[in-house]
Design a binder for this molecule. Structure first.
Ligand code: SF4
Length: 305
């Protein structure tokens, strides 16, 4: 999921990285300037990155209901299955690293690694309540996703083993899986939750990656922008690139659409404006009203209509 194909690598290295070096980013919009406007938060309470970036409800009434009216919704089936898919990717990457560290380097090419155990499938399915029909569909997706990732990781292992005869386990793990999944970040400096969690940080192609198992939306780039600003605030180095991954399941295949982009001024400005607007709405308890054409599966539909 997090490893680019050859065309994407070419695009990244020949176009996007050079372009990002030439793109001027307003110094005031770099995360390390969190202590002064416009990044300095106006209000003392905190919001999550997704709460700021998401714009599924065009009036943001979903956030108003949650934060001002304390109305919490039960996740619908689509959300639950999406959550299981995220957990599958996290589980897979962690499991691979564990497996690799448990083997000697000369055993790795020979042994069959990364088999999906039934206990893992059960654990993933039991992490939420699905009816029988959706449970079966989710199980099929877990297996497809795992097998897809397994083949890609095995290919990467063979590539490293073939080109680096003296590689050790630690270096192999880093070269094959240069990713931290569910990296925890403290966003307090920016008025964000102290317990933020990014899907992944890819160190081989220095970028923040977010996976979305649903429709494409422009505001998905804003979540990544938020995490980038937080990383700049915490570590004081520039984070210029993001990638949203949209996997879809088509019969037995997984199709992947990756959107690579520069985290430019426009995105940064938009993220900060949305943070301030949403915080103001909550602080002043302003009901933004309903939207006429609400999306079908909005979990607050009953509440608003
Ligand atoms: S039902 Fe409509 S107005 Fe209410 S939260 Fe959902 S999208 Fe927004």
């Amino acid at each position: 999921m997090y490893f680019l194909n050859e065309e994407e690598k070419l695009y990244l290295h020949k176009y996007l990285i050079p372009q990002s070096r030439d793109t001027y980013i307003d110094y005031d919009l770099r995360g390390w300037n969190w202590h002064k406007p416009p990044l300095e938060p106006i209000y003392s309470f905190k919001l999550g990155v997704a709460e700021i970036a998401n714009n599924y409800c065009l009036t943001d009434r979903d956030l108003y209901l949650k934060k001002v009216m304390n109305k919490y919704f039960s996740a619908n089936c689509k959300m639950l299955v999406g959550g299981i898919m995220h957990k599958t990717i996290k589980e897979f990457i962690t499991y691979c690293k564990k497996e690799l560290y448990h083997h000697k380097i000369d055993e790795i090419g020979k042994n069959k690694l990364f088999s999906l155990e039934e206990t893992i499938v059960l654990r993933l399915l039991n992490s939420c309540k699905l009816d029988k029909c959706n449970e079966q569909k989710a199980k099929e997706k877990i297996i497809s996703l795992w097998e897809f990732e397994k083949q890609r990781v095995n290919y990467r292992i063979q590539e490293v083993l073939a080109s680096q005869p003296y590689v050790g386990i630690d270096a192999l793990v880093y070269q094959v899986l240069p990713v931290v999944v569910e990296q925890k970040l403290n966003g307090s400096f920016l008025g964000l939750s102290p317990y933020l969690s990014t899907d992944a940080i890819n160190f081989s192609e220095p970028m923040i990656v977010d996976t979305k198992f649903g429709r494409k939306n422009e505001f998905h780039k804003l979540s990544i922008t938020g995490y980038a600003i937080v990383m700049e605030a915490l570590y004081s180095f520039p984070v210029n690139l993001g990638c949203v991954v949209y996997p879809t399941f088509k019969e037995n295949r997984i199709l992947i659409d990756r959107e690579l982009f520069i985290i430019n001024d426009e995105l940064r400005q938009k993220f900060i404006e949305r943070r301030d607007d949403k915080m103001r709405m909550i602080y002043e308890e302003n009901d933004p009203g309903t939207y006429e054409e609400c999306y079908n599966d909005c979990p607050y539909y009953e509440e608003c209509h």
